[in-house]
Design a protein around this ligand. Structure first.
Ligand SMILES: C[S@@+](CC[C@H](N)C(=O)[O-])C[C@H]1O[C@@H](n2cnc3c(N)ncnc32)[C@H](O)[C@@H]1O
Length: 286
């Protein structure tokens, strides 16, 4: 079974080290990797809320956190809808879990044949095929440019629209091969990397609500409480940076990381998925 290695685990624990934690909100608990680490070193925790959009991730987390079952509450929800109460720590580790990426049937990977799905929340109707087969050329081009930062966005959109007139796209590899006709391989990155990133962001509405969600979650921190956010691409990191800055300007919060913390070389060597990650932290003062 594919496992997920929690990113910057030491750095997360170091930021929480000086706190006596009571209630923790883990908005993206995934398979429960960070959760297990935090619960392990903070026996004082009374309630750990493990939230995820993905029911499969929650099932994995339930298994992994069996030893803490008296403290953990699992909720299937977006992190923008946290439960009532104040939290002494909030963790958002954005993006996808390794097991989501490696399960071909979830459709996240351009390396594995699967349906054009990409939904983190499988109870949602809207999936990647709905975008690829129905959005206009202009909409696709804008999506690939804005969320994928893909320079050849227009050409890719045009080819997709032309191809789907003959035959709709149904699989990941079909789309990846079509994209590769326009985008050359750049170093180690697969030509479809940015296009798949853009689709995933749109299917899961990953960016449009992030700024507001961070601000709303910050308001739920108890005085002295800390929020830690780990991102995996520059679009996400920019949103977190500005949301944290705005909060710090109110003087009710202070930045714990003036610059984002990045993983050590040793961590990247052990877990290449960590290479693009950035961590930012913030504390509520009053
Ligand atoms: C990188 S993984 C988290 C891994 C986890 N920290 C661990 O160590 O096992 C990200 C998880 O966040 C979930 N997710 C992404 N966006 C979400 C959102 N807006 N609300 C709730 N869960 C979300 C995904 O389904 C995925 O399971």
């Amino acid at each position: 079974m594919i496992s997920h290695i929690p990113v910057m685990k030491k750095e997360v624990l170091a930021l929480l080290e000086d706190l006596a934690l009571e209630t923790v909100f883990d908005g993206t608990c995934g398979g429960g990797g960070h959760a297990g680490e935090i619960l392990g070193v903070h026996p004082e925790i009374k309630r750990y809320i493990a939230c995820d959009k993905d029911t499969y991730a929650l099932a994995r987390a339930k298994e992994a956190l069996q030893g803490f079952s008296d403290k953990v509450a699992f909720i299937h929800a977006p992190f923008s809808l946290p439960p009532e109460g104040a939290f002494s720590a909030i963790l958002l580790d954005l993006g996808v879990s390794s097991f989501q990426l490696y399960m071909p049937e979830r459709g996240f990977s351009f390396m594995r044949e699967g349906p054009l799905d990409m939904r983190m929340d499988q109870s949602q109707d809207f999936c990647a095929a709905d975008i690829i087969n129905a959005w206009s050329k202009e909409e696709l081009s804008q999506l690939f440019f804005e969320y994928g930062e893909e320079r050849k966005a227009k050409q890719v959109a045009a080819l997709i629209v032309e191809r789907r007139r003959k035959q709709k796209f149904t699989t990941t590899l079909d789309l990846a091969e079509c994209v590769a006709k326009i985008i050359p391989r750049r170093g180690k990155a697969h030509p479809a990397t940015k296009i798949f990133q853009a689709l995933r962001i749109a299917v899961n509405d990953e960016l449009s609500t992030l700024h507001n969600a961070i601000q709303a979650l910050a308001a739920k921190l108890a005085v002295g409480g800390k929020m830690i956010v780990i991102t995996f691409h520059s679009l996400e990191d920019r949103i977190v940076k500005y949301a944290f800055r705005e909060l710090a300007r109110t003087k009710n919060f202070s930045l714990l990381t003036k610059k984002p913390v990045v993983p050590s070389r040793a961590e990247i060597a052990e877990n290449p998925r960590a290479r693009s990650s950035k961590l930012r932290g913030m504390q509520r003062l009053v």
